[in-house]
Design a protein around this ligand. Structure first.
Ligand SMILES: [Zn+2]
Length: 351
């Protein structure tokens, strides 16, 4: 990490260009809650390295892992016909065989164009759909052998926060280099927003936004996602770095820190069980757009409920979306994005 040109002492939240350099982020920064726009929704996608790969996920009905060719074909009608504006990409890494009964992941694969599918796919998506906003998840859990979102100190066994945030900042710059418009760090390491903002600026990417997972709670609602991304930790859990579900003060402190360190957009995750936090943040920080992530467990719960006839899918999904808006969120990350865009096209933007 080159600290000779460090600007970390300056006010990183003085930078506004990263909030307004793309038409979609400008929309997010300027809108207040009212009607639904297709631009309010972000579609999360799991990306495989194999160009023609397509894998269903048992616990995650209707969601697939896709390689480049399948992904482009999938995205085309959503963008051209339904006005999909923003995607959030997660890499699905292949495990390397160490020997017959063991498999390993390597953190350095994150930076390898021949291994990290996002480094290959982002430029291709950008060329084909230049208007689409590309957000990349930034975390280490897809690349570490132990599946945690950080690097551990080999001697103490504790989180090596400094080393972890240096890797996260390097990965953020790498994604910006291949064309990511927004960096979304989901790791919950301390002070990663400051270092990512600094390193993006030093590398010439001051126009790239940071969507901070500012209030990410430790939650059992993440279950299906971990199957999809292959990111379940091999030991322990993530409670040492994700927020306790009962915490309100810590969530506000975490958001406050990320805003001071230069986040452009702040996020609460999961969504449905944490809407009081969304409202508190909306009241405390009226000058920032708030995103919520309706996570895999919330999606699967609603999808399965509708499949067995508990309720109508459209009605129940839109009720949750209206709840997010009412609580103060203006950006919604949901696996229902394609359905919602279809409903908006058929119904208009008011529900
Ligand atoms: Zn992670």
């Amino acid at each position: 990490m080159n600290n000779n040109k460090s600007i970390i002492h300056s006010n990183l939240n003085d930078y506004l260009h990263s909030s307004q350099s793309h038409p979609i982020t400008r929309h997010w920064q300027s809108q207040m809650v009212k009607n639904f726009s297709t631009k309010d929704f972000i579609l999360p996608l799991f990306v495989l390295y194999d160009d023609n790969g397509s894998e269903t996920i048992e616990s995650f009905p209707g969601v697939k892992r896709m390689g480049q060719n399948v992904l482009l074909e999938y995205l085309s009608p959503l963008i051209l016909e339904l006005d999909l504006s923003a995607i959030l990409l997660f890499p699905c890494m292949k495990q390397q065989k160490q020997n017959d009964d063991d498999s390993v992941k390597n953190l350095y694969d994150a930076f390898d164009h021949d291994k990290n599918p996002l480094l290959k796919v982002i430029p291709v998506i950008k060329e084909k759909f230049p208007q689409l906003l590309i957000i990349t998840d930034v975390c280490l859990c897809a690349f570490t052998d132990h599946g945690h979102c950080c690097v551990f100190d080999q001697h103490s066994g504790q989180i090596d926060n400094q080393k972890s945030i240096e890797e996260l900042a390097k990965l953020s710059v790498k994604y910006a280099q291949v064309g990511a418009d927004v960096i979304a760090p989901s790791d919950m390491m301390d002070s990663r927003i400051a270092l990512i903002r600094e390193q993006l600026n030093l590398a010439g990417y001051s126009h790239v936004s940071i969507l901070s997972y500012g209030a990410k709670f430790s939650s059992c609602f993440y279950g299906p996602f971990r199957n999809a991304a292959g990111s379940a930790p091999k030991f322990g859990d993530r409670k040492k770095y994700q927020l306790p579900s009962g915490s309100r003060g810590m969530a506000l402190r975490s958001i406050d820190r990320d805003i001071r360190q230069g986040a452009d957009i702040i996020m609460v995750k999961p969504a449905m069980a944490y809407l009081d936090i969304v409202r508190s943040i909306a009241d405390h920080y009226p000058n920032y757009p708030i995103a919520v992530y309706q996570v895999s467990g919330e999606y699967s719960m609603l999808k399965h409920g509708a499949q067995i006839g508990l309720f109508d899918l459209k009605q129940v999904v839109m009720e949750t979306i209206i709840g997010f808006k009412r609580a103060g969120a203006s950006i919604i990350i949901t696996y229902f994005t394609a359905d919602i865009l279809r409903w908006i096209r058929n119904n208009g933007e008011e529900f």
